[in-house]
Unconditional design. Structure first.
Length: 392
């Protein structure tokens, strides 16, 4: 008995590993081939280059003047100037730091987009697992109905069954057959969606066993770790750092700009050349920029607080739902597997203890319970996928 028990545990653990590996391999393929992610990646790379622009001083200016003298005897005048303006030196340091912060934020945004795409793929895989399991279940029902229909046909031919009993077996067989066709249509449509997510490349996904990770029962302990992986919360933290750095930059840009260069002036018989030096006085050009940066920081702080509250409540709801589903599924499985209902119903009908109407009524009730269990397992896996979205 102990050997059988160990063997069953081994089989279950192996099937679990293969099922999880199936989803992981599908997600890896989709991440590699998904056209939406490819577009997001290119956009992120472009934004990172864009954030690195305007880090250097403005372009130098070259000026040339040729002035005709009047009267002609005084000759003409030629001026040449080359000037370069500079922000206050600390402004370039803040610009560089700001660009690095924005590039880190771009990567956070890409991660958020990646999580959204992969979550959609995992939910679709969960739906396919459900449809595969449902198809396998209906295939068993079809075989059982076919066996019963053939048995009642033989009984009717020898007078042991009525035409009504035979018709009931045929109707049940027909209904099961049509259900199989409908499930196959839905499964093919889901596989087409999976291929679309994979850049148009077909994926073979045949998993039919749900694998649900046991969730940490202590929500607060689980949440502490989950919050650290949330790209939206990290994005807002980065936005606060960016707004603080922008405030420092605005202060630096409100300091005088330096303008320096070379200038020459040439007239008949005389030539002057030397350096020029000037300052721009920031009287009104940057008015309210520092105030704006301060208010922006306060706004982002409020957004972060709100996002934390929303994320906490959302995760708490999902965590509670997942825990309740796990308990219900465990109880459901124990009740369904408590005895072999199919064998009992089959024997009862063969011995005449129950009518064919009672047989099919009890059978449908049993089938409905199994479908409900599959539906609950699907819902649990979708809930867990949303809970563990940021670990994909």
């Amino acid at each position: 008995m102990s050997k059988i028990y160990i063997t069953l545990i081994f089989i279950l653990s192996v099937s679990t590993a293969f099922s999880q590996a199936g989803i992981d391999s599908v997600l890896a393929e989709i991440e590699k081939n998904n056209t939406t992610l490819a577009a997001y990646r290119k956009n992120a790379d472009a934004d990172k280059i864009g954030n690195k622009t305007s880090l250097l001083p403005e372009n130098p200016e070259v000026g040339f003047n040729y002035l005709w003298g009047n009267p002609d005897q005084i000759g003409n005048r030629t001026d040449l100037s080359v000037t370069q303006s500079f922000d206050f030196p600390t402004a370039y340091m803040y610009k560089s730091q700001l660009a690095n912060l924005k590039n880190e934020q771009v990567e956070m945004e890409y991660k958020r987009q990646r999580y959204d795409v992969l979550l959609g793929a995992k939910v679709l895989c969960t739906e396919l697992t459900y449809l595969n399991a449902l198809y396998a279940e209906y295939q068993k029902r079809f075989n059982n109905d076919l066996k019963n229909a053939n048995a009642f046909k033989k009984k009717m031919e020898v007078g042991d069954a009525t035409i009504l009993e035979y018709n009931k077996s045929q109707i049940s067989l027909l209904n099961t057959e049509k259900q199989l066709e409908q499930i196959k249509i839905e499964r093919d449509a889901a596989l087409q969606q999976l291929a679309w997510l994979n850049g148009g490349n077909t994926l073979d996904y045949s998993d039919s066993v749900f694998v649900a990770d046991i969730i940490e029962p202590d929500f607060e302990k689980w949440y502490t770790q989950a919050a650290s992986y949330n790209p939206m919360l990290n994005w807002l933290k980065q936005e606060i750092a960016i707004s603080l750095k922008e405030k420092q930059l605005r202060v630096a840009q409100n300091l005088p700009k330096i303008n320096t260069g070379y200038m020459s002036e040439k007239v008949v018989g005389e030539q002057f050349h030397g350096v020029t030096l000037g300052l721009s006085i920031p009287l009104w050009g940057n008015k309210n920029t520092v105030k704006y940066a301060r208010l922006k920081t306060e706004a982002v702080n409020s957004m972060e607080t709100d996002a934390k509250v929303q994320f906490y409540n959302e995760m708490k709801t999902l965590h509670g739902k997942a825990t309740a589903l796990q308990n219900s599924i465990t109880d459901f499985k124990q009740r369904i597997s408590a005895n072999n209902i199919l064998d009992l119903l089959e024997k009862g009908m063969q011995k005449g203890e129950i009518s064919i109407s009672e047989y099919y009524y009890e059978l449908m009730f049993f089938y409905a319970n199994k479908e409900e269990l599959l539906s609950m397992e699907k819902e649990l896996n979708i809930t867990l996928a949303k809970l563990n979205k940021y670990s994909l």
